[in-house]
Design a protein. Structure first.
Length: 194
């Protein structure tokens, strides 16, 4: 994340995303696949790390192998091998960004669910700081209900952040400046939808 100054002098937090160039690897049509979509490839990959069927698909599109592939339902006039750049977002005001959140491993109830612990008004135990407190019912139903908020694995989830404002499009470097934060760590791959 970084920040830019708006026209009225406010410091606006923003995220800079490299959005392209993406190459059309496959065009799906209603006749052949039952729906209209484009499969796009992004970021160069080594040929030896690509499977032979995928090498054939890249050769058919007339491009080098790509690391990341994504499919988007799209009504447009694109052909195999066409390049889509960040200029696609030039007249767009808001976008949705899908990413994988940072993995945090096993976390307790205080960090994972916001329990209070000692000294707070809800949950926790009086003699141990960050414990969940009582979790079960009485002898009936004599079980812990499904969905009980407990410690466990946190992060590594697919997160869709909606209606992020597009502040600036920089076509020379294929950069998209978006107001706010996006799920994932620096260098991770995200999907951008109009």
């Amino acid at each position: 994340m970084t920040s830019v100054f708006s026209a009225d002098g406010k410091n606006v937090p923003c995220t800079v995303i490299e959005a392209g160039p993406c190459v059309v690897i496959q065009v799906k049509t209603v006749e052949t696949d039952g729906y209209k979509a484009l499969q796009l490839g992004f970021a160069e990959a080594k040929e030896k790390r690509t499977s032979k069927p995928m090498l054939g698909a890249f050769k058919k599109a007339g491009t080098t192998p790509k690391k990341h592939l994504a499919e988007f339902k799209f009504d447009g006039d694109y052909n195999l091998g066409d390049t889509i750049t960040v200029e696609l977002f030039k007249d767009t005001q808001f976008v949705d960004v899908i990413g994988t959140s940072k993995g945090k491993g096993f976390q307790g109830v205080v960090k994972r669910h916001g329990f209070g612990g000692v000294g707070q008004s809800t949950h926790g135990q009086d003699d141990r700081l960050r414990k969940p407190g009582s979790i079960g019912a009485c002898s009936y139903p004599a079980k812990v209900f499904k969905g009980m908020r407990m410690g466990g694995h946190m992060g590594c989830d697919r997160v869709k952040t909606q209606n992020l404002q597009v502040l600036k499009v920089i076509p020379e470097q294929n950069l998209l400046v978006i107001k706010g934060s996006v799920a994932g760590c620096i260098g991770s791959t995200v999907l951008i939808e109009k």
